[in-house]
Design a binder for this molecule. Structure first.
Ligand SMILES: [Zn+2]
Length: 273
């Protein structure tokens, strides 16, 4: 097992009632940061998990009806917050990012995919076909903006199911297996169904503990610790409520054991700190 260095970046945030993210939470609008992770693989180079917001997202949501996306979840973003700009500030050029691993195709996760034109893009097969198979309006109603991941990039796409399945460390139970993206056990894509079609997280060994980037399977670390899902109207609108709750309950069981695992939800304010 190769331990990987990694770093979290905040690529802007949106405002949304907390009550839509966790049963029983308040209706006041809260900031939900959009976090992306950069991993360094000794052989495969820079790997980005999700891309966060970017100029392409702002452009894609400028006009109606796509503007509805920003009307429902107002976005606060500056160009200096894009993943590419923050990588550049650390001396890493976007063109040298070799892999972008996508949890799912909601606009806040692929909003800057266009900034990484040299990267192989890893995603779920069904999610990719759904993104391009829906009518513009039903796509929008599901948080999907096909313009952010245009069909012509399909020559750069790797589907998770093209990689072999490996067993996970017992430390990660009740999760048992994931798609071994590089064939060396270093980065495993683990299905976390429910939030959106083909939603995946990623597990890898960090310098001191396991890291499980869980995307939108939970909106906060607190939701995992308390096993508190969003209300049914929220999960039912975007995905599958029962599947979401099973994924969250499994994450809760993992967290409750208190093992050497760090769980990182994509919009968590604690992870942001
Ligand atoms: Zn999402």
């Amino acid at each position: 097992m190769i331990p990987l260095d990694w770093h979290l970046f905040e690529t802007g945030h949106c405002l949304h009632p907390e009550a839509s993210s966790r049963i029983g939470a308040s209706w006041r609008a809260c900031e939900f940061p959009s976090l992306v992770a950069l991993l360094r693989h000794p052989r495969h180079g820079w790997i980005l998990f999700d891309t966060g917001y970017g100029q392409a997202f702002m452009d894609a949501t400028r006009r109606w009806p796509e503007r509805l996306y920003r009307a429902v979840t107002p976005v606060r973003w500056r160009p200096s917050q894009s993943a590419a700009a923050q990588l550049h500030a650390r001396g890493i050029e976007a063109a040298s990012v070799a892999h972008v691993v996508i949890s799912h195709f909601h606009g806040d996760h692929v909003g800057a995919l266009a900034d990484f034109p040299a990267a192989r893009v890893w995603c779920d097969r069904t999610a990719w076909h759904e993104l391009h198979g829906r009518h513009r309006l039903t796509a929008l109603a599901h948080g999907l903006l096909p313009a952010l991941a245009p069909q012509y990039i399909d020559r750069r796409i790797n589907f998770y199911d093209q990689s072999g399945v490996e067993r996970l460390s017992p430390d990660l139970a009740p999760f048992h297996a994931g798609h071994d993206l590089f064939g060396d056990g270093s980065v495993l894509a683990v299905p976390l169904p429910g939030h959106a079609t083909g939603h995946f997280g990623v597990c890898f060994r960090g310098p001191s503990e396991w890291v499980f980037l869980v995307g939108d399977a939970a909106w906060s670390s607190r939701a995992i610790l308390d096993n508190l899902p969003p209300p049914r109207w929220a999960t039912g609108m975007l995905g599958d409520t029962e599947a979401y709750r099973r994924s969250l309950a499994a994450l809760h069981a993992l967290a409750a054991r208190g093992g050497p695992v760090r769980l990182v939800p994509a919009h968590c304010r604690e992870a942001r700190r």
